[in-house]
Every structure is written in C-alpha cells, then in structure tokens.
Design a protein around this ligand. Structure first.
Ligand code: AMP
Ligand code: MN
Ligand code: MN
Ligand code: MN
Length: 276
C-alpha cells in the first residue's frame, strides 16, 4: 500500500511523525511521503522511523499556491529537503502564514472572539500555524460544534475570519520542487469546490507551468471521483498519485490508500529516483 500525502504534528496533523509512521506501518503502508503544509520539519524523524519500520520513505511537502486569486495545493514529492532554494521559498511562506495568523486573530477579535491568535499558537506548540489550529481553538472554546463549522462560520472564504494570503506563484512553486529534484503533484483536484470549467482551467495552467502529476485517488474519493480524476489525468497527460491527506486518527480516514490507480494512468512513483 502506498500513501503520498500525509500530515504530522509539524503542521496540522495530530500525530508526531514517528507515531504517524507506526500507524502507517500497522496499516500495511510500504511507501510513504510526509507532506506537511509549507514545512519540512518532520522529515528527519519520519525518515528515521520509516527506516526502522522497513518502509520506503520519500521526503515531501504540500505547498500553498495562489493562482488566479484562488488557493491551490501542490505536493512536492521525492524532493531533496536540504535544497536551499526550496527551503528559502518555504521560509517565505511561513512568514506569510505568521502574518496571516495575526490578522485572522484581529478579525476574530473584532467579531467578538477574544484570544484566538494566542489560543491557536498555544495549540500549535512547535508546529507551524495553520487554519486548522484556529478551527481547533474555536471548537475547544465552544464557538462552534465541530471543526467543519469553524470554516463555514468563520475561517472559510467570505467569512469574518477569512484572510486571503499571497502564497507562492504556480510556476515558482513547481520551479522549487523541480530544482529540489522532485515531482510536482496537484493535490486533491476535486476538493477546491471548482466548477468543471475552472478545474480544466486550473489543470491547463498546472500542466503549462510544468506540473507532473495529479492525485487521482485522494482521501475519501468515491469511485466516481476516481473515474473522473483518471479521465482528467489522461486528458492532461499527467501522472497519477495516491494520498490519504490523513491529519488525525478517525473512523473515516486512515493512512494508506486502498484503491489502486485505474488502468491507463501512469503512477508517479515510477519516476522516483532510486535512492539505494
Ligand atoms: P491553511 O493552509 O492554513 O489555510 O489551512 C488549510 C487546512 O485547513 C487544510 O489543509 C485542511 O487541513 C484544513 N481545512 C480547510 N478547510 C477545511 C474544512 N472545510 N474542513 C476541515 N478542514 C479544513
Ligand atoms: Mn491540512
Ligand atoms: Mn491540501
Ligand atoms: Mn494535505
């Protein structure tokens, strides 16, 4: 079993990378990548844990990209985590995250919710701040009934605590990933809430910018989602990837993707460099 999209406590997952690897190993994962948001902090620990567990590990990252005033997530997999250009780019995105988080806190404050920035920071601990930490704060302080409601009421587009950010450019991000030796994968293409026309526009831009692959099997994709994604991968001549986008243990989603890539979609892992 393969999983090329996983989160740890270095960004908005709830498990340490060692705990994540144990869980993935127990589930039968044989090849995995850790893909935290704009962050490589969990890489060394995950690599060591995979070594010990006998799992093949590929360093990865999920990069936030601004494209046509929308946010896309591009997973870079099989990257060199020491690459200076990639590291500099991610450092810049973390500064954008920190400034955005302060502004989210201010907006929520004006909206009558006090202490959100400090609360999110405390929940994050050593992790890089994400909206997930604000969602957890809003949930734990009783402002919302669950984290999904935090996005619907406060943190989603057009809501009082939403702050748009200038993330990496699409070509810029793919440039970092390629310079670091990796493959650029468009994450969860069906989860942006785009119409079919916008999705085609995004895939066209991604392919033109040098993108290599797209997730064909993602988190909770239905058989229909997989069929639609496989069709798009073939149409845009993109390789196929599989990833759970696992953040936290739940009855609905575990590390490890069971659904195989459909026939006719070339697996992105055939491109991975042989590290042995
Ligand atoms: P950020 O990159 O800081 O804007 O945070 C994005 C993260 O928030 C995503 O990777 C998800 O983990 C989480 N997220 C965004 N929207 C939702 C949602 N509607 N429900 C649950 N989690 C969400
Ligand atoms: Mn996330
Ligand atoms: Mn994502
Ligand atoms: Mn993700």
């Amino acid at each position: 079993m393969i999983d090329l999209h996983l989160h740890s406590r270095a960004s908005d997952g709830t498990l340490s990378s060692a705990e994540l690897v144990s869980l993935a190993a127990a589930r039968g994962v044989r090849l995995m990548s850790l893909t935290d948001h704009d962050c490589l902090d969990g890489t060394a620990e995950a690599a060591a844990a995979c070594d010990a567990a006998g799992i093949r590990f590929l360093p990865g990252v999920e990069v936030s990209v601004s494209w046509d005033r929308k946010t896309l997530h591009i997973v870079g997999v099989d990257i060199d985590p020491q690459h200076a250009g990639l590291q500099a780019g991610l450092t810049r995105l973390q500064a954008v995250r920190d400034a955005r988080a302060l502004e989210i806190g201010r907006r929520l404050e004006k909206h009558g919710i006090s202490g959100a920035h400090a609360g999110a920071l405390a929940l994050a601990g050593e992790a890089r701040l994400t909206r997930t930490h604000f969602a957890r704060f809003l949930h734990q302080t009783g402002h919302v009934k669950d984290e999904a409601q935090a996005y619907r009421r406060f943190l989603g587009r057009g809501k009082p605590g939403h702050v748009s950010a200038e993330w990496a450019g699409l070509e810029e991000c793919i440039g970092w990933i390629h310079a670091a030796g990796g493959q650029a994968v468009l994450a969860h293409p069906l989860r942006y809430g785009f119409t079919r026309a916008w999705l085609v526009k995004a895939l066209t831009a991604f392919k033109q910018a040098g993108g290599d692959a797209m997730e064909v099997v993602s988190g909770r994709s239905s058989p229909d989602d997989v069929a639609v994604s496989a069709h798009l991968a073939k149409r845009f001549e993109l390789l196929g990837s599989v990833g759970s986008d696992f953040h936290a243990p739940s009855p609905y989603l575990q590390p490890g993707v069971q659904t195989p890539l459909p026939d006719g979609v070339q697996p992105v892992w055939e491109r991975f460099r042989d590290r042995n």
